[in-house]
Write a protein of this length. Structure first.
Length: 548
């Protein structure tokens, strides 16, 4: 009884300490956070939930589920949090849902008592470090977790499993599009072919209930979008889903799928869940294909990776849903990890994360006591301004100290629960990322925030300036310009005929700052602190000379 309570308390504590640091206290950061908040800001300003819009322009890459949730939370918490921090609470909500249903899936497949052995490899995955931010992939994680739990449950309880499966697939569709729904479709077809456990009438009834639960997700927003604009519906469904997958979208959408990208990315992205999952398969041996957990997790993982390998676009973020299925498969492999290997992993964890945690504390202490660049921190100048005076933020230091003390205490808990190195790794990841997102958060925010730069731009605009034409302004920049400076530009790329007396040019810091034409004078130029690559320049058209 005591061990069960300790496991539950530890699971809740790990999830909270993983996701809370960095959830509030900083502006939206380039790249995903900025355009995501641009969409959320548009919803808050206009009330339009149908067409995702950034600074007055439709942005049809992703459906609006995450953005609507974030807008609702931003509104509810606007009395004590800035809008962007309130919106980021959606990330904490969806991440908690993902962890909850992962634990439920573990209980369904293995019975009670092994939930931590599923959760720890998931929380320790290196690919999970990006989930603290404002983007739709964390809602996709929650949707995938619900769907996997539903399929694990479908062997026993058709109605509940079907309703959850339809809900999970529908959430995935309205979080990021067709990729994960396609992976679930392949999995649903593969399960009865692979195992008699899913070759039953109960499974067919589960799929029938799933179809009913999926219907509203398929109809409400897509229908509203089509009725608003068939052109935008085509852009979302065909160009941003099918076109992005097959590579015929013009311009090309998403990051290019470079040769060898996934073989290079998967090993580090899925560590430690990936190696532990392979160890589980080795232990299962010939009995592997008779075990429901293996059939379910392998079916989903292979379906997802097959789609990712075939897609014309590739980013490490796209593989996040696989971390859930691999963590389920890793459960029994972790339990059977050889004792000597577990001890070595534990010892390595203490040295590695102890050194990294000490280094972060050392950087913070140095920045508090000195402003002169030193080799100890000088290499960070590529990412943050070295002349920054780091403020003392009491609650952030207290949270960092709490995380450190909890990490110091993990061997006592591990000795009781015998989690074979996985707790040390996950707790170490919580420690280092948590320290970075507390002690160093103001410093990083200064480098990545657009507030100071666009605030200076707004103060340099002439009174009654009229329209502003922009050249080369990116999605991140136009979103933050609208939020910080309340300025929406006319992009020259879309409005080449527009004639404005003010022009904003985004370019490289190294270029000479060529104006948009003859007869322009420079009003202002600036960049984010520490950014040596991009430069923004504001130009004003000179009034024509008065005839003599």
């Amino acid at each position: 009884m005591m061990r069960g309570f300790l496991r539950l308390l530890l699971a809740a504590l790990l999830v909270a300490t993983y996701i809370v640091p960095g959830l509030v206290g900083h502006d939206p950061w380039k790249q995903d956070e900025t355009y995501s908040f641009g969409i959320i800001h548009h919803i808050l300003e206009s009330g339009d939930w149908v067409v995702p819009t950034v600074a007055g322009e439709p942005f049809m890459e992703k459906p609006p589920l995450y953005y609507l949730t974030a807008a609702a939370l931003a509104t509810q918490n606007s009395g004590w949090l800035p809008l962007h921090d309130g919106a980021r609470l959606a990330t904490g909500l969806y991440f908690s849902i993902a962890c909850l249903f992962l634990v439920l899936a573990s209980r369904s497949l293995f019975g009670p008592g092994k939930e931590l052995r599923t959760l720890l490899p998931f929380l320790g995955c290196l690919g999970l470090l990006e989930v603290r931010f404002l983007f739709t992939d964390v809602a996709l994680l929650a949707a995938t977790s619900i769907g996997l739990y539903a399929l694990a449950l479908s062997v026993e309880r058709d109605r509940r499993a079907g309703l959850l499966l339809g809900t999970g697939v529908g959430m995935a569709l309205l979080s990021k599009g067709l990729l994960v729904p396609a992976a679930f479709s392949l999995t649903v077809l593969a399960l009865p072919l692979a195992s008699p456990a899913w070759r039953t009438r109960r499974y067919l009834r589960c799929l029938a209930f799933a179809a009913v639960a999926l219907l509203p997700w398929l109809l409400v927003w897509p229908t509203a979008l089509y009725l608003r604009s068939p052109t935008l519906f085509h852009e979302w469904f065909w160009m941003n889903n099918v076109g992005r997958f097959l590579g015929f979208s013009v311009p090309v959408l998403g990051a290019d799928h470079e040769p060898g990208f996934w073989p290079r990315t998967i090993p580090w992205h899925t560590f430690p869940a990936g190696p532990l999952a392979l160890w589980s398969l080795w232990l299962y041996g010939r009995s592997a294909l008779r075990r429901p957990v293996v059939i379910l997790t392998i079916s989903f993982t292979m379906a997802l990776f097959a789609l990712l390998f075939a897609a014309a676009s590739a980013r490490a973020l796209y593989a996040l849903p696989a971390l859930l299925s691999l963590s389920l498969l890793a459960t029994e492999g972790l339990e059977a990890l050889p004792q000597k290997l577990a001890r070595a992993w534990n010892l390595g964890n203490r040295w590695l994360f102890g050194a990294l945690g000490l280094w972060v504390w050392g950087v913070w202490a140095y920045m508090m006591l000195s402003t002169a660049p030193h080799p100890f921190v000088r290499f960070l100048g590529r990412y943050v301004p070295l002349d920054y005076e780091l403020p003392f933020v009491g609650w952030q230091v207290e949270l960092a100290a709490t995380l450190t003390l909890l990490w110091v205490a993990t061997p006592l808990v591990d000795r009781e629960l015998r989690l074979r190195g996985a707790l040390g790794w996950a707790a170490g990841m919580v420690l280092v990322s948590g320290l970075a997102f507390t002690l160093l958060l103001p410093w990083v925010d200064t480098a990545k925030s657009y507030r100071e730069m666009f605030g200076g731009l707004a103060r340099s605009l002439p009174a009654g300036h009229g329209c502003v034409l922009s050249y080369g302004l990116g999605e991140s920049e136009k979103a933050m310009l609208a939020y910080v400076a309340d300025l929406v530009t006319l992009r020259h790329e879309l409005h080449p005929e527009a004639r404005c007396d003010i022009a904003l040019v985004q370019g490289k810091a190294a270029d000479p700052g060529i104006p948009p034409g003859t007869g322009w004078v420079l009003l202002w130029e600036g960049a984010r602190r520490g950014d040596t690559v991009e430069r923004h320049r504001l130009w004003r058209r000179q009034a024509p000379a008065t005839p003599g």
